[in-house]
Each structure stands twice: as structure tokens, then as C-alpha cells.
Design a protein around this ligand. Structure first.
Ligand SMILES: [Zn+2]
Length: 169
């Protein structure tokens, strides 16, 4: 089963909660193979539109290490990570890599996927956590205004307005 990390209209903290809820649900329902996908922003999508307005930012992959460690450290053998920056496609904006710790994080996530036991994987995630950098804290401090319903409605209104403008031209 696939789980997305980086749902739109959410604060970074809410994005983490959202992924944690989805993974927990799958584990509770005996899913043995879960793949966590951080959002890659593709052309002609809602994500790209939000991104171009400055309302969506690529998710930093390092947060996923903390999330997996904090919530699923004894179930890691069931959770794989894909499209975390190990490959790229033209026109697609991958998850964010910090200039300081990004390269190392990508390398460690590659190792993570190659290992099989929860314990081996946990050690890799702990190595990511220990990388000296404060990019996680910066990311998590970002906040959006209003509740999720207001944010979505606001966005729909914006699309509507743009549609009306297009019709006039
Ligand atoms: Zn960093």
C-alpha cells in the first residue's frame, strides 16, 4: 500500500500527522508492505499550481526519518521509502534536500531500503537524525493560517476567479 507524505493545504506538522495516521491505519489492518512516497511535484497538477503561487513547498526528506523513528521504530521492516530523491524526471520537482545534510540523507535512505530488519533500519534512521543540521526545525516552524477547510475553500475561490478571468479574455 502506498502512503503519500506532503499532502497539500497542510502545515508541515499536519503533513506528518497525516502520514502517521495513514501508516498506522495500514499497520492496524495487517498491511505488510507499505511504501512511503514523499511528494514529487509534477507539471500540470494541483501541487505545481500551489507551488508556483508559493503556497506549497517540496517536503524535506529528512523529516521522514524522524517520523519513522518516532512512531514506527518496531515496524520498520514493513515500511519502504520511494522517490525520495534517488531518481529524477524532467520537469518534476523532487523533495527538498538541505544543502548541508541532503546528500548524506539520500544515501542513508538508499541503505535503509536495502536492509530488511526493523533493527537494522532503525540504526540507519538514527544516523540520519544525528546529522548535524537544523533544517528540520526550520521546516516545522512554518505555519499556514486558518483551518484546513478554509484553506481549501480559499483555493477553490481562487481557481474560480481565474476561470472567470480566462473567459473574459
Ligand atoms: Zn539539513
Amino acid at each position: 500500500m502506498n502512503v503519500i507524505f506532503g499532502a497539500p493545504f497542510l502545515n508541515p506538522e499536519e503533513q506528518v500527522e497525516d502520514a502517521v495516521r495513514s501508516i498506522s491505519y495500514l499497520l492496524d489492518n495487517h498491511s505488510d508492505y507499505i511504501v512511503l512516497f514523499p511528494v514529487n511535484i509534477k507539471p500540470h497538477t494541483l501541487f505545481m499550481d500551489l507551488y508556483q503561487r508559493g503556497e506549497y513547498h517540496p517536503v524535506p526528506i529528512r523529516i521522514m526519518a524522524d517520523m519513522l523513528l518516532d512512531y514506527f521504530s518496531d515496524k520498520l521492516e514493513k515500511i519502504n521509502v520511494a522517490w525520495f530523491g534517488d531518481r529524477s524526471e524532467e520537469g518534476v520537482i523532487p523533495p527538498a534536500y538541505c544543502r548541508i545534510c541532503g546528500q548524506r540523507t539520500v544515501y542513508l535512505f538508499q541503505q535503509y531500503n536495502m536492509l530488511e530488519t526493523a533493527n537494522e533500519r532503525k540504526i540507519i534512521l538514527q544516523q540520519i537524525r544525528r546529522l548535524e543540521c537544523n533544517c528540520n526545525a526550520n521546516y516545522l516552524s512554518e505555519k499556514k493560517q486558518g483551518n484546513i477547510y478554509d484553506r481549501v475553500i480559499q483555493y477553490y475561490n481562487l481557481i474560480k476567479k481565474r476561470g472567470e478571468l480566462d473567459e473574459k479574455n
